[in-house]
Write a protein of this length. Structure first.
Lengths: 469, 469
């Protein structure tokens, strides 16, 4: 019965947040939540102080400016990432946070090197591209072959062996990130299965000004590893037109991409130690690594600063919660998730003591609230919605039907309840993983609102006299 | 009196099209136009056939696709431009147009070469740039100097001699093209006046995804020629932040830009010969050259195709006007205007026979009508508004208070009445002079509507039994 109720709830929650329901399907009846078991009145004063302080401080923005302008983008294995980690540890100690430390993590060290794409025939043309993370490179002379453009995996499967010896170009229009990103992650191996020699993937984005988007890809161990790069929407559409007119364009792809030996990196951890139950942990987090283009401002420099600044602000305000709030700035989210896995392994003994793990990794736009894992207990959902009322004045009081994050995934799979800081995502995928993910895209006031939202939720959950469940 | 009335009209017309009037200024009373002296009823059938044919043909789009995809961008002096001209002449003859010819024009031959910008200190960083057309290059080792960022010419003037030996970065926010483009055109010489060694100009655009915009600049003969490049909004804002924090960034600019000897090019001309008054000319035009990035799709491949396809369509429909409709695809609009000047010089004897000259050079978005030169006679304005009623069904019936074009400027200054094809310009400056001015930005239906609009207006004006005045 309980299982069936959970299933029904899941259905409700999932369909509750989806814009398009299957036509004709009945509107699912929302499952009523139990009444909250916590009282939030005693937290109104603290929430007011936190929100006021966040909105009158430029610390979050100036720190994000240092991270993006002075340190720059931070791919795993890079000097920038390690400089950033050193800086964060130094500054967190200066902030007076507790137990500040860098926990060593060995990370993959993928380097892009020089890369280029050109059309050789019917007319020579340089084409905008950006190699995908984890891709192998090409021979020094490049890979030259005819291009075959497909709009979908279905179309690829229909062509089958006809793509042997060719470069497969995926020109799949953006539906949403989750639906379209499989071309980036799986495209190379699915083309290699039919004998393709390289693959190009239309950037996973709704808009473009010749803007290529990189991102991680993974190889199917059963297929040959072929190089793969993103192309801009403009280039994908150009090749589509050439293809459709029967122009049989030939391309030359050059990529020096390769893996160097694993490099030493670290998760950065700092705490606001709990006054009564210091062993119980509310974890708030982002990932400190980024891609090797742009500044990693929204993804995820901003998320890291939000988590960090949330505890710094609490410390400054003298708000000491009953439980410990732990900030984790994970390393290597983008191309390995070694930070998230290492955290789980190093903290196995205390995983059960994590009462909530929140990740901020959707950009630092105007906050809307939190996404709570669909599997979270109903009572906890009810209590989180109650706490979120403290954020209604800044419009950040929604608790969405699902939530989580890549870095907290490993501990969530061990039973920790996960959540995400949810923000207005309207323009995130315009700049995601591009040279245009830069500080000018961050609105200082929206960043401050994210800090306030994270701080109020983390503090209240951590300070509740009752259990948070 | 007549002069005063003209002045009043000019005021009315100018303020009538400006969104923001000075606060508190009275709303100018529109000057009433005289009644039209022409009858448009007899042209309804022709307009219907033209619109129907334009909206059911893919010729305009497929020709623009050939021009952009197979020929590519077309800077003056390039092989692409000359290939394009040859193709147009061949195709126009194949279309059966009259007097198809290429009229030789010598054009400047500016080449970009390799170019780059990097920050050297406080932290090394590659920065997105695109040299401005006509700029001189740097020495091979580049120019390395401290950057000084200003938001306006006023700010530059206040700094004065403090910029000696430095690289001036103009970070002027986009107001509108006309208001902001002076930083691009004059920025180098105005900085050189105070001893600056190079200049960088924030791209003239409201939006950016690390998208640099090139465009023409001109040197003041009284100042030293210093190299100048566009930077993206992202880079300009980055340098502004570095500047404002006192980080004193030093930059290295490398540009191989230079002029080669003038090259041979041509204006392409084709006609639909008039049946009764073949010496009277309605000129419709665009410019065939483009910048050396992107595809020159909206600027101004589209405009050329609109003018060309307008007469091809009339020819196909057997619509032979009383006067001649002449298509001119000008060369070298972007960095010299040699095509427009050469046309004036070669056709001096018949300039007085040009009863109207229309240029399409604002992109080929949804057409709104025409802009008629503010100095056009009131009766002509009234008659043009009357003809435009034939276009009300496709929403292209506005006659704006002013209009014209760079290429027709030389004959307009000799007394020809000028006009522009006016389109929805909402997104033109997003892609103007960038690698993103590509065919995917052109909506085939909007292009066809532009063709219909141009063809109906040109045909009706050219066929009027009465004089068009």
């Amino acid at each position: 019965m309980r299982f069936l109720r959970s299933l029904a709830l899941l259905f409700t929650l999932i369909y509750g947040v989806q814009a398009q329901q299957p036509p004709g399907s009945p509107t699912p009846t929302p499952v009523p939540l139990p009444s909250p078991t916590i009282k939030i009145d005693r937290y109104r004063a603290a929430a007011a102080r936190i929100i006021g302080a966040a909105l009158t401080s430029d610390r979050a923005y100036s720190r994000l400016a240092h991270l993006t302008d002075h340190i720059g983008n931070r791919i795993s294995g890079s000097q920038n990432l390690e400089r950033g980690i050193e800086w964060a540890v130094t500054e967190m100690k200066r902030d007076g946070l507790d137990n500040v430390r860098a926990e060593k993590v060995m990370v993959p060290h993928w380097v892009r090197g020089e890369e280029s794409l050109e059309m050789l025939t019917p007319v020579p043309r340089k084409l905008q591209m950006l190699g995908l993370g984890n891709s192998v490179g090409t021979p020094a002379e490049g890979i030259s072959a005819e291009a075959v453009v497909v709009r979908s995996f279905d179309e690829l499967d229909r062509l089958g062996e006809q793509v042997r010896g060719k470069i497969v170009v995926y020109n799949a229009p953006f539906v949403n990130y989750g639906a379209t990103v499989s071309y980036r992650s799986e495209g190379a191996s699915r083309a290699a299965r039919y004998g393709a020699v390289a693959a190009l993937v239309r950037s996973i984005t709704p808009v473009s000004l010749q803007t290529p988007h990189t991102g991680a890809m993974t190889y199917d161990a059963n297929q040959p590893k072929i190089p793969v790069a993103a192309v801009t929407i403009e280039v994908a559409e150009f090749l589509q037109r050439m293809n459709d007119r029967g122009d049989r364009p030939t391309l030359r792809l050059k990529m020096e991409a390769k893996f160097l030996p694993d490099a030493e990196s670290a998760n950065v951890i700092a705490e606001l130690k709990g006054s009564e139950k210091p062993d119980e942990i509310v974890l708030i987090s982002g990932h400190f690594d980024s891609w090797d283009v742009g500044q990693g401002a929204h993804d995820d420099g901003g998320g890291c600063i939000v988590a960090w600044e949330a505890v710094r602000l609490l410390k400054e305000l003298g708000l000491k919660p009953r439980r410990t709030i732990r900030v984790v700035l994970y390393t290597n989210e983008e191309n390995g998730l070694r930070g998230g896995n290492a955290y789980r392994d190093a903290h196995r003994a205390e995983i059960v003591k994590h009462i909530l793990a929140i990740e901020s990794d959707s950009g630092v736009y105007r906050p809307e609230g939190f996404g709570l894992a669909a599997t979270a207990p109903l009572q906890m959902r009810s209590n989180m919605q109650e706490i979120a009322k403290l954020l209604s004045g800044i419009g950040a009081d929604q608790i969405a039907a699902s939530g989580g994050g890549a870095d907290i995934g490993p501990i969530v799979r061990e039973g920790v309840v996960g959540a995400s800081l949810d923000v207005n995502g309207e323009h995130y995928f315009d700049i995601h993983h591009t040279p245009a993910d830069t500080l000018d895209k961050v609105n200082p006031r929206e960043l401050a609102l994210c800090v306030a939202t994270m701080a109020v939720m983390a503090y209240t959950v951590a300070d509740l006299p009752e259990p948070f469940k």
